[in-house]
Each structure stands twice: as structure tokens, then as C-alpha cells.
Write a protein that binds this ligand. Structure first.
Ligand SMILES: *Cc1c(COP(=O)(O)O)cnc(C)c1O
Length: 382
């Protein structure tokens, strides 16, 4: 089976992790945690980085840091991995889902503008007209390694004084107008889950240029402990810290990030060239304001032209030993969020029906990629 997207661990992972075990620094403090935070901050240009146990934890902490309260509304993409919206629910707040735009499949800035322009002013911020909930934050999600068009979202967020938390869990290394995704909002969140561009097994990071937010995130991620020597706490906190073992792996992975991105771009270019002449297959595109990492290479399959639907093509590829995956069920349709409010959603639904992610591991061989391409382009004729 050619896998969809596997991690590659052939750098200093063993050496750094062995050092943690040999020195007994295995838990949620240690030099690799500090080093990983510093190196991710340096790499992205964020002033502060706080290592945590997952991307979901990063989002939860970031939303708490900007003051999301139970009963609030938070604007989130409908087309995203459910963790983006789960973090909102973990705050006791309610996601208000925004449709994708059809060009690059990212959160549609027009939806964010529409919702805020129709909001009514409240004592603690704009109130969503339909749900009566305070709009407490906006979560633009950078999907598949490609950044959201942030400027229009940041502009309206500033006008209405609504904080922005970027979900950059899929977008480490991606750039929006030359600057790292995850460094534009009040806070940004990264994931180092096993399927992401670099991995710590499981882990995440909160980025921010605001020292107070960083301090707040660090504090609540460590059970809100108010003393370094005594067990005295000043709030209800969480155990969301990253372990030194995970951070050691992260340091080793980060050393290879540039090479991984180059490889992802090369894989994407080969696919793009191969599908350019294939009717009914439309590859994901890169906006002129974007440097995509092409983290998860995805195509749109147009059944009328191609002859097979995305799910039929997926089944055909599986028979040939090729793993693929459809995009996420749009969250405004998810059973996890019944009675949720949403701004449109037809584009997200169409992309859910038509999109298919193809094998794009950093370790994907040219021969295996050729097999994927040939199986797809020969698909209808077999
Ligand atoms: C992976 C991912 C997350 C969550 O990260 P975990 O580390 O798995 O908790 C959040 N949002 C998006 C868009 C993701 O792809």
C-alpha cells in the first residue's frame, strides 16, 4: 500500500530522545522544551512560542487567553478538521461556521465581513444577530498547507475589536505575503501530530507576539500554578504541557523542515504537471499571496468530465494499493454540532463531495508517485 502521508524520522530523533532517557529529563520540563520553543519562534518570527501537548490544546488555550467565555460565539471555518471547532466547544462557546471560498478552499473573508457587519454592538463586543451570542474570536484555518487570505479578515477584526486566533495546525512553514502563517493573529496555533509536516508524535505550539498572552497560556497549561516551589494555584488550569521527549523529537524534525517543504513542493509540481492535461481533475492551487507548503496534496474530481466521482476514484485507487482520503465533513452538517449557526456552506459541501487527497509523504518515491499518476490518468479507460 502506498500510504497517504507518513512521518519521516531519519534525522537526529534517536540521538536527542536517547539523551532525554539517559539524563532522566523525560517530563514537561527540560532543555529540549526550551530549545524547541526558541527554535519555532525563530523560525516563524513569532516573539513567543509555548509548547503544548497538542494542536487542539494550543487552540483551547489561545481561545481562553483572548477571553472566550461560555455562551460566546466563535467564527470558524466549516471546512476543517473538527479539532478547530472542538476547541471552541471546550471553552463552552459555540462555533459559528463560515463557508470556504471556491478558489483556494480557505475560510471566506466575505462570510466574516457579512457576519460582523450584521452584528449589533454589545457591552463586551459585537453580538451575532441570529444567535444573540457575543462574537468573541475569529479562527481562520489555514488548510492543507495553504494560507487563508488574512488581510480582509484582520481588517474587519480590528474594526470590530474581535481577537483573531489562527489555526495554523496544517500550515507550519507556509507564508502569507512573505510572513509565516500563524504570526498574524493575536495568537497562532501549530500541531505536531503524526500526520503533520513535522511531528513530535503528538504536540502543539502557541505563537504570539504578546508577552501577556504567552504568560497566560503558559500559566493555564501548567494547572495555573502560582508558585514554583509550592502547590498553590490561582485558577482552574490544564495539564497541557509538552514533554521533553516530544520536544527532543521536534528539534530533530525542525532541522529538516526546509528539506521537507522542498520535497512537498516537488511532489506537488509533478502531480500538477501530470494532471494539467487530465480533464476532470483540478489540483489545489496556490494564490499569488501564498507560499504553500503543499502539506496535503489534494485534487478536485469532476465526475461529469472525469467519469468517476472522488469516492469512486478513491475505491479504485484502494484496489490498486494506493491510499487516499476525502476532506472533512463540513462541520455545519456534523452531528457533533447540531443546531449550530452557519454562514452559507455550499462550497464546503461541494469540496467535501469532490476533493481527494493523494499520497504525498516526504518519503514518497518517484516510482510510487508515477504509479499514482498512471492509475489516475488511466482510471476511466480500464
Ligand atoms: C491537526 C489539526 C488540529 C489539531 O491538532 P492535534 O495536534 O491533532 O490536536 C487542529 N486544526 C487543524 C486544521 C488540524 O489539521
Amino acid at each position: 500500500m502506498i500510504p497517504l502521508c507518513e512521518p519521516l524520522l531519519n534525522g537526529h530523533e534517536w540521538t536527542y530522545i536517547k539523551e532525554c532517557l539517559d539524563t532522566n529529563w523525560i517530563s514537561s520540563a527540560g532543555k529540549y522544551v526550551d530549545r524547541f520553543e526558541q527554535e519555532v519562534a525563530a523560525r516563524t518570527g513569532a516573539a513567543q512560542a509555548v509548547a503544548v501537548s497538542s494542536g487542539t490544546a494550543a487552540l483551547h488555550l489561545a481561545l481562553l487567553a483572548v477571553g472566550v467565555q461560555p455562551g460566546d460565539a466563535v467564527l470558524v471555518s466549516s471546512l476543517t478538521f473538527i479539532a478547530s471547532a472542538n476547541a471552541v466547544a471546550h471553552c463552552g462557546a459555540f462555533p459559528l461556521f463560515v463557508d470556504a471560498e471556491p478558489e483556494y478552499w480557505q475560510m471566506d473573508p466575505a462570510g466574516v465581513q457579512d457576519i460582523l457587519r450584521h452584528s449589533v454592538p454589545g457591552a463586551a463586543g459585537p453580538v451575532d444577530r441570529r444567535t444573540g451570542r457575543r462574537i468573541a474570536a475569529i479562527v481562520p484555518v489555514h488548510l492543507l498547507g495553504h494560507p487563508v487570505d488574512l488581510n480582509p479578515i484582520l481588517a474587519i477584526a480590528r474594526d470590530y475589536h474581535v481577537p483573531v486566533v489562527e489555526d495554523a495546525c496544517e500550515a507550519l512553514g507556509a507564508k502569507y505575503r512573505g510572513r509565516a502563517a500563524g504570526t498574524f493573529g493575536d495568537l497562532g496555533c501549530l500541531s505536531f501530530n503524526g500526520n503533520k509536516l513535522i511531528t513530535t508524535g503528538g504536540g502543539g505550539m502557541v505563537l504570539t507576539n504578546n508577552a501577556e498572552y504567552a504568560q497566560r497560556v503558559r500559566h493555564i497549561s501548567t494547572q495555573a500554578r502560582a508558585s514554583t516551589t509550592e502547590y498553590i494555584h490561582d485558577a482552574v488550569g490544564y495539564n497541557y504541557r509538552m514533554t521533553n521527549i516530544a520536544a527532543a523529537m521536534g528539534c530533530a524534525q525542525l532541522e529538516q523542515l526546509d528539506r521537507y517543504i522542498q520535497t512537498k513542493c516537488r511532489i506537488a509540481e509533478r502531480y500538477n504537471n501530470a494532471f494539467a492535461a487530465q480533464p476532470g481533475i483540478e489540483p489545489m492551487r496556490e494564490a499569488d499571496w501564498a507560499d504553500s507548503t503543499w502539506w496535503m496534496y489534494t485534487i478536485r474530481v469532476l465526475p461529469e468530465t472525469f467519469g468517476l466521482s472522488a469516492r469512486e476514484l478513491s475505491a479504485h485507487l484502494r484496489e490498486q494499493g494506493i491510499a487516499t482520503r476525502c476532506l472533512w465533513e463540513p462541520l455545519h452538517r456534523s452531528r457533533a454540532f447540531p443546531n449550530c449557526s452557519a454562514w452559507r456552506g455550499e462550497t464546503a459541501e461541494r469540496l467535501f463531495n469532490q476533493c481527494l487527497s493523494l499520497p504525498c509523504s516526504v518519503s514518497l518515491s518517484e516510482a510510487n508517485q508515477s504509479r499514482v499518476i498512471q492509475t489516475i490518468t488511466a482510471g476511466e479507460k480500464e
